[in-house]
Every structure is written in structure tokens, then in C-alpha cells.
Design a protein around this ligand. Sequence first.
Ligand code: ADE
Ligand code: ZN
Length: 328
Amino acid sequence: MDSKSLPKIELHLHLDCSLRWKVVRRFDPAVTESFFEKNFKAPAKCLDLPDFLACAQQGIQYLQTADQLQAVTLDLLEQLKEEGVLYSEIRFAPYEHIRRGLSPEAVVEAVLTALEEGQHTSGIRAGLLLCTLRELPSGPSLHTAQLAVRYRDQGVVGFDIAGNEADFPVEPHVEAFRHARENGVPCIAHAGEARGAEGIWEVLRGYQVERLGHGVRCIEDERLVEYLVDRQIHLEVCPSSNIQTNVFDTIADHPVDRLFRAGISLGINTDSRTLTNTTLEREYDLLERQFGWGKKEFLQCNLQALEHAFLPEGEKDHFRAHLRQAYQ
Ligand code: ADE
Ligand code: ZN
């Protein structure tokens, strides 16, 4: 299967974890290619999720001005185009980008401006997801949800929580999710990655999300798998990221094929192109080699991702037709 040329939908990727050297060196010529390879990419096997997240700080320090945010956004759309992506939802946490004086509003506006321009030049359709982080206090978390409400219809399509699931609780962010939901902003949560099934139940109860970032450790609880199938809660699966954060030892241990066969709606994503040193093509090839997946499975994953995309229904039809035709 020539996975590179196939059209794709990608719903789970972090702007701040998808920097290319050719963009960073424009901000800081002292960053050589070998320094970039050693310091901007995380080790293939991290100790755990917090260890992996610490590596993301290297890139985040170069995303502190409007120019930097815009250059990286434009470059990411170029990367997506090279990988055959038709529609994508790109996420980031505004509060990670205020260290040199930008307000969270200015951060969002900078990225939205570049997203608008990049969609025109690349021909890719894309939306933004604003993330709060487990580590943030409830004030900034609620403010991030308010930003999602304020900028919806200007390119922001949803609200998410990322960060350290292992060590920080659900509760401080409940109000932020309530605010997003009550104002019609669709919600996602990273869960079932560093914690098991109980961590997923907690976000389902506390946040009432429509999709889960990862969610793959639902496999530990048969009742939860049934619940996710019944409620059609979509899993944004990021296989290599889960190996790297040590959720699973190797790809052979990854439950993606079992979850797919159990009837859970899921799609395939990179999570972090730079930190994980991957592309969608690599993720697809990994699943082809390990589980014998082919066009039938990838078509279904892409159709399911499209179904759960935060895109007006009327805009989905032509993507659906494009996918069906290409995966024949
Ligand atoms: N931010 C970037 N990658 C992440 C992940 N895999 N889990 C939680 N937060 C993240
Ligand atoms: Zn993620």
C-alpha cells in the first residue's frame, strides 16, 4: 500500500510538538541540525509521560512570539499537505506561549491568522483545538475554555485537556468543561494514556467529552469498551506516541487492532511529529506491517475520524466522497 499518497484525516496533533528544523533555525541560527535532532526529538523510549512532556519544552521556548507561532503553523500545514491530509484539527495550549509577554488572546489570534493564510496556500481545511493542561490551575483553565467560546466560528472548533494525566486530577477543570459545553463548544480529553480505565471513567463523568485523546487503555475494562462503542465516543489513537511514552512496550502490544475489531470508532494520528519523529505515513506503515491493515481498515478509520470531526455536516460530504474514491 502506498500510504503516502492516500488522503487522510488527522484529528490529533500538537502544534508545539511538530516543529521542523528548517523553521527553528530561522528563529535561532545557533540551532544546528544535529543539535535539533538530539534535543528537539524525544528518546524513542521515554520513562513515562512526564518524561516525554519535559522534552516538549525545547520546542515551546521557540513559540513565544506571534511571528514564531505563525511560521510554525504555516509549516505544519505544509507538512500535512505533503502527507495527503485533507482535513486536520491542530491543538495547542495558549498558556504555554505567554512567556515573552503575549496575552493568551494574542496567541490564539496569531495562530488563527496563520491558519487562515495556510489553508488558502495549502488547500487543506483545518480547525484549531484549544487545550488546557492538567498542570494548570482552574483560573487559566476556565479562561482557555472562554477563549474557545470567544474564537469559535473564527477557526477554533473545540476544547481539550492535555498534559500530565498521571499526576494531576480531573476536578480543577470541571468548570472549564462545563463552560465550553454550555456554550456549544465540542470537548475532548486526553485520557487512558498514562492512567488506565479509571482515568477514562473520570473524564467521561467529569467532562462529558465526545472524543478521547488516546483512550487506548479502555482495553483494560470490558464494560468501558462496550460503553465507548454504545455512545460512539471516538478514540484519537497515536500508536508510536504510546510506545514512546511507555504505555506499551512495543507495537505488538498495542491494542489498536483489538479496539478496531471491537467496533470502537477510532482514527490514526501522529500526536507529535517532532518529538516522536514520525509522520502519518510511518504510522500507517507500522499498522500495515504489524497488524496486516490495508485500505479497508484505513478507509474505515478515516471515515470514522471524519464522522467525529468538529466540522459542519455539510462540509463532510465531499471529503467522504474523496476518501471512498481514493481507497477503492
Ligand atoms: N502533549 C503533547 N503530547 C501529549 C500527550 N501524548 N499526552 C498528553 N499531553 C501531551
Ligand atoms: Zn496529544
